[in-house]
Design a binder for this molecule. Structure first.
Ligand code: HEC
Ligand code: HEC
Ligand code: HEC
Ligand code: HEC
Ligand code: HEC
Length: 273
């Protein structure tokens, strides 16, 4: 289901607004600077706002102006979507059958190491993040290389696979982007690494407390959602759960840090106090 479907314009309606900004930021970049990034995008072509954003690995090298970066850091699959999504030729395959995250083109990190947020009021915490958050953690926990995908696209020439595959981690070793991203050679990558101890981060993969679970009661400190999928400002719930993608939309770089609502209003979308 999370494999994107060629020629299916379902995604278009909720990206109409971002596309205007996306055209300016991502589209122009994509079409002018690194045209090969758009070849494989069957959905929105050069209009996909993700192109030219931080998650566009096909453009990263050109944007950074460091041709050595892809060479030593990660493989450029020439297809920006496959770092997260199953490539179209594998539609129907479940990455979980290959040690991947259900429905996403990423391997599953060693989950027993996750420390989730716990508190007395949080009685519904699960021991393991849900797949849509595992997707993010598979890069942002700093344990696995950013190009570690389950299925490489059919268009990728495996003989061009790079020798080094680095991870988002400030460590000074040849497996980590921190080799260069240490604040001296290039920007410090520490803040981008969430790690595996999530107990100090906003809780994820738990039921939204503002839902009335049919018990006729809900937590009065939380606003009820505007509709089943979340809130009118775009803050999104996944089967009633809060996930990384509740607050961040990697497909919409309009707000700082890919936030779904401005940082000033984001928290009060849910928290009443
Ligand atoms: C960094 C990871 C990442 C990359 C790279 C990425 N996506 Fe996504 N994509 C997501 C996430 C997360 C969602 C779910 C967003 C949501 O729930 O609002 C999504 C949702 C979608 C959807 C809607 C799927 C559905 O089930 O409704 C489509 C279509 C899509 N992406 C296409 C693309 C295309 C085309 C590209 C490449 C140009 C791409 N994505 C690159 C993470 C990514
Ligand atoms: C394939 C690896 C990968 C995946 C999967 C991934 N990210 Fe990222 N993300 C990155 C990289 C690389 C950066 C840029 C790091 C840097 O700037 O040094 C980044 C940056 C970010 C940023 C900062 C953006 C900014 O403007 O500085 C946020 C927020 C973010 N990611 C959230 C997410 C969320 C939420 C998900 C899951 C839906 C996700 N990421 C999935 C690799 C990934
Ligand atoms: C050989 C050194 C080197 C390595 C290894 C390296 N980078 Fe870079 N990177 C740079 C330099 C230099 C820049 C440009 C200066 C800056 O942005 O800090 C840069 C820029 C970036 C940018 C900003 C570009 C943009 O347009 O947003 C991101 C994001 C990034 N690198 C991510 C990564 C990730 C993720 C890794 C590991 C997979 C990595 N880099 C490995 C040297 C390197
Ligand atoms: C309740 C909303 C919320 C949730 C859930 C959430 N984030 Fe964030 N995230 C934020 C906000 C707000 C910021 C900016 C302020 C800060 O750094 O704390 C941020 C910052 C970030 C950054 C960028 C740090 C920087 O300064 O460049 C990354 C990367 C990131 N989040 C990834 C994730 C991942 C991965 C998850 C899931 C494990 C997640 N976020 C869950 C709200 C959220
Ligand atoms: C999508 C709705 C949502 C958004 C947006 C959101 N939160 Fe939360 N937050 C929750 C839920 C649900 C809990 C868990 C409440 C419970 O069951 O105890 C929580 C818990 C917390 C906690 C821990 C409270 C405790 O019990 O110890 C803090 C701190 C927090 N949020 C701060 C923030 C901040 C700061 C922001 C804005 C960056 C934010 N939240 C945005 C839903 C949200």
């Amino acid at each position: 289901m999370k494999a994107f479907k060629p020629n299916k314009p379902r995604y278009t309606y909720y990206t109409v607004l971002p596309v205007i900004t996306g055209l300016l930021i991502g589209g122009i970049w994509a079409s002018v600077t690194f045209a090969e990034a758009i070849i494989g995008d069957p959905v929105l072509g050069a209009n996909d706002p993700i192109l030219g954003s931080k998650h566009d690995f096909t453009g990263l090298n050109q944007r950074a102006g460091v041709t050595a970066m892809a060479g030593v850091a990660f493989s450029d699959y020439g297809y920006s979507c496959v770092y997260c999504h199953v490539p179209p030729e594998e539609t129907g395959a479940n990455p979980a059958d290959f040690g991947g995250i259900t429905d996403w083109n990423r391997f599953e990190p060693a989950t027993e190491s996750y420390k989730l947020y716990r508190s007395q009021s949080l009685d519904s915490t699960t021991g393991k993040p849900n797949p849509i958050s595992m997707l993010c953690l598979s890069c942002h926990d700093g344990t696995m290389a950013v190009d570690m995908v389950v299925f490489k696209p059919a268009t990728f020439d495996t003989t061009t696979d790079k020798a080094m595959h680095m991870r988002i981690n400030p460590s000074d070793d040849i497996e980590s982007c921190g080799k260069c991203h240490n604040g001296q050679i290039a920007h410090d990558i520490s803040v981008k690494m969430i790690g595996t101890d999530l107990s100090n981060d906003h809780p994820i993969s738990m039921r939204y407390a503002g839902l009335d679970e049919g018990r006729g009661v809900r937590d009065i400190d939380f606003r009820p959602p505007d509709h089943a999928a979340g809130f009118d400002n775009g803050v999104k719930l996944y089967n009633g759960n809060v996930e990384c993608a509740t607050c961040h939309n990697v497909h919409n770089p309009t707000n700082e840090l890919l936030l779904r609502a401005e940082a000033e209003t984001l928290c009060f979308t849910c928290h009443l106090k």
